[in-house]
Design a protein around this ligand. Sequence first.
Ligand code: G16
Length: 560
Amino acid sequence: MAISIQSVATTPFEGQKPGTSGLRKRVKIFQQRHYTENFIQAILDAIPQSEGGAKGATLIVGGDGRYYLDEVLQIIVKISAAAGVSKLVVGRNGILSTPAASHLIRQRKATGGILLTASHNPGGPDNDFGIKYNMSNGGPSPENVTNHIYEITTTIKEYKIADVPKVDFSQLGTQQAGDLTIEVIDEVADYIDMLKTIFDFDAIKSFFKDNKNYKVLFDGMNGVTGPYGYRLFVEELGLPESSVMRFKPLPDFGGAHPDPNLTYAHDLVERVNNEGYDFGAASDGDGDRNMIIGGNHAFVTPSDSVAIIAHYAKEAIPYFKKNGVHGLARSMPTSLALDRVAEKQGLEYFEVPTGWKFFGNLMDAKRCSICGEESFGTGSDHIREKDGVWAIMAWISIIAFVNKQTPGSSVQDILQKHYKIYGRNFFSRYDYEDVEGSGADDMVSRLNEKINSGEWVGQVFGGFKVKTTDNFSYNDPIDGSISKNQGIRIIFEDTSRIVIRLSGTGSQGATVRLYVEKYSNNPAEYANATQDALKPLIDVALELSQLEKFTGRKEPTVIT
Ligand code: G16
């Protein structure tokens, strides 16, 4: 069908550089005339020829339902039709969780996907929107591709749009926009089918049947995973509707900050503690993050969560029973708890920079099966994104498995049992959000000077003797690429660590992340409160970084 294609003259916008995971900015920035069009055109032009390029491509498109999604979907249709894209596979109403999109890219053998999300950042007209491109392996584009996208945005002079009618994304089925086919699919079904190939649904159902009083509460945080959680927990596993909360995706997440941590998922934490739930879990705006808690204030740090999943994987999860576990990986700031599991199981393990994209190469090369990040991301090689609902199902599988051996085991029991085997890595992250950019940069510059001079090595601070200091650099063992300046590390003789880096996902000012970790193999300490255990090290971190002096902040905005 002939369609008219128009070239629209444009000029570059500053700052269209994708961060840790895509371009995230205020909605008002995306709403500027030509802004979104420039970026979408740059994405299509940057699809590598080795991946097939845009012409004739099949792209998976969807997002977390946040404000401005509808407008961007129509822009994608027009620019894709003009670029000769062959097919767009879109979730109903443009909804697809990030893990569901990653799965669909792989399942459909698509060229890639455009994901419309700012993840856990708040939504609504005054908050954030985001766009990222995922490759044919289902994972976020690597730095050479994001750099190429950025380069194009700095020189763009025109974009091309096709004159096609508005597409109705509420209707399942196929529609045409010129030669471009648009297939609107059930946003949940394929993902649930995938979970059925990974987990033993019958074992989980029989656990709930045998433990009728075991209470679960899933919090969709008004983000994208609500429909997934509802279909899974209520319709598939047969739990009562009271097992899900905030399960309707809202364009502004109901005003909430859809980030599953103890601060922003406070409502869930309160309910689990006050209403006698045994297990609580939340996922974020786009469904790739997760938080796991248990009754009586049990909190599973993401670092412990991935270590525990790795510990039980082959026994409790059919996918790993069948495929084995090739290796483990974590992001650099994530605690070393996972390394201990790898060592005990004789598995290869990796430390990569912050950013899920760094796990993809290892997974594609079959050198990593399970990985995780302290930033509430946990996942496996079933897809190439972290996967909140998968992690929750992994935990439910472990609970069912452990309870079969030792009935009545709580989340806290599982934690303590793990510490008895491996010792405990106390871990905490302090976030200082929206600080003035130059103060944060000056702080990092000074820290770089300190570590370059090696001046702290051998010195003792607060009883901790410094072993090494560096700015983390990663040499990808698969493609040989090197990523430098990934975070300041101060590592002590007793394996305790302080890590400081600037976030790559904020949309306003700078966010300083301060990570502290201390290992104990003294059973008398395993039940200690995290903040108490880490207080001396946090004091050292604040002293060495001079964070208050540089940022003017006395207290962090979020502690996890
Ligand atoms: C993204 C990345 C993660 C990263 C997190 C935090 O998560 O995919 O790998 O750990 O950001 O990054 P930063 O510390 O730079 O803010 P998400 O859930 O935002 O896509």
